[in-house]
Design a protein around this ligand. Structure first.
Ligand code: NAD
Length: 304
């Protein structure tokens, strides 16, 4: 039997309905959630992303404030802008749009998470879940604002209704913003977790044991049928724009995941498509973190 599809768009709509309800309840108590986005310079992608995020936030009752700083902003200037937002009680969550201009982007250190400026955002307003304090709390099994993509993969998984306690969960990818926090969130659900990466010997030997397989390798189509146990839940975090044959002698771009969808869907029990799986839920989890920050619950998952 082909896999059941986890519809990320429908799930995101459902989560957004609950966010809207919570946002209105907070607004009624005089605490309408507000997301402040800090954008330095004129990267067109960041401007488009900020505009789209503003629309999505407003639709669920969250105010969006854009702080646009010039390309010439210094590290001190950016630090001061973040400090002002940290101290502003009307701001619930702060997000720093990437990429930053080259002058504010030191060479990435091994294992570094996001930009070093992310650590200047107050942990309780860190709605992307990238502050060392939030990642540390997650590692300790304490409530924290979790990185949005990892939280979205978990929301997709939970939507199946399958009991996760004691299940074999295999995460492929150990990046600080996806793979590692995902492993921590799976532990919270009492799964037995294996974390695979580029140095893993015989990936398929691990992944074929998985009741839950989380693919976050960032490699298009790296996971095939040979990696998947029958009836497994397969959550594909990967997103890749690739050029494919358009069937008329030309090329077109297509979005695919880490998982070879067609062949894996024949054996898996559940699967997320790409696009339309984890992606739309990631945006919803960011908004969910804003509401969590506004209500100061400190909880990473009030909308599960
Ligand atoms: P990354 O490159 O930082 O990390 C990839 C990890 O996968 C590394 O730990 C590496 O060791 C491991 N890996 C790579 N190839 C492997 C292989 N063949 N076998 C085993 N392990 C392997 O990537 P990332 O930032 O964690 O992102 C992962 C994927 O998630 C990317 O495709 C990215 O585009 C996607 N992503 C999606 C969303 C979303 O909203 N859906 C958001 C963020 C990232």
């Amino acid at each position: 039997m082909p896999a059941r599809i986890i519809d990320g768009r429908a799930l995101a709509d459902d989560i957004c309905r609950r966010i809207r309800h919570d946002a209105e309840a907070l607004a009624a108590r005089g605490r309408r959630p507000c997301l402040a986005g800090v954008l330095v310079g004129d990267d067109p992608g960041s401007h488009m992303y900020a505009a789209s995020q503003a629309g999505q936030a407003e639709r669920v009752g969250i105010t969006h404030r854009l702080i646009h700083l010039p390309e010439t902003t210094t590290a001190e200037g950016l630090g001061a802008a973040l400090a002002t937002l940290n101290a502003d009680s009307t701001v619930s969550g702060v997000l720093l749009y990437q990429p930053l201009p080259p002058s504010l982007s030191p060479p990435q250190q091994r294992g570094a998470v996001g930009s070093p400026f992310s650590a200047l955002i107050a942990p309780e307003k860190d709605v992307e879940g990238l502050h060392p304090m939030n990642l540390g709390r997650l590692a300790q099994g304490q409530p924290a604002l979790a990185p949005c993509t990892a939280a979205a993969a978990m929301a997709c998984l939970r939507s199946t209704g399958v009991d996760l306690a004691g299940c074999e969960a295999v995460v492929i990818g150990r990046s600080p913003i996806v793979g590692r926090p995902l492993a921590m969130l799976l532990l919270v659900e009492h799964a037995t977790v294996t974390l695979c990466h580029t140095r893993t010997r015989d990936l398929a030997a691990h992944s074929r044991r998985a009741d839950v397989l989380m693919a976050a390798a960032g490699k298009p189509g790296v996971i095939g049928r040979e990696h998947v146990r029958e009836d497994a839940i397969v959550i594909d975090v990967g997103t890749h724009r690739v050029s494919v044959d358009d069937g008329r002698g030309g090329r077109r771009t297509r979005t695919i995941g880490d998982v070879r969808y067609d062949e894996v869907a024949e054996v898996a029990g559940w699967i997320t498509p790409v696009p339309g799986g984890v992606g739309p839920v990631t945006v919803a989890m960011l908004l969910s973190n804003v509401v969590a920050a506004a209500s100061q619950t400190g909880s990473s998952s009030p909308h599960r």
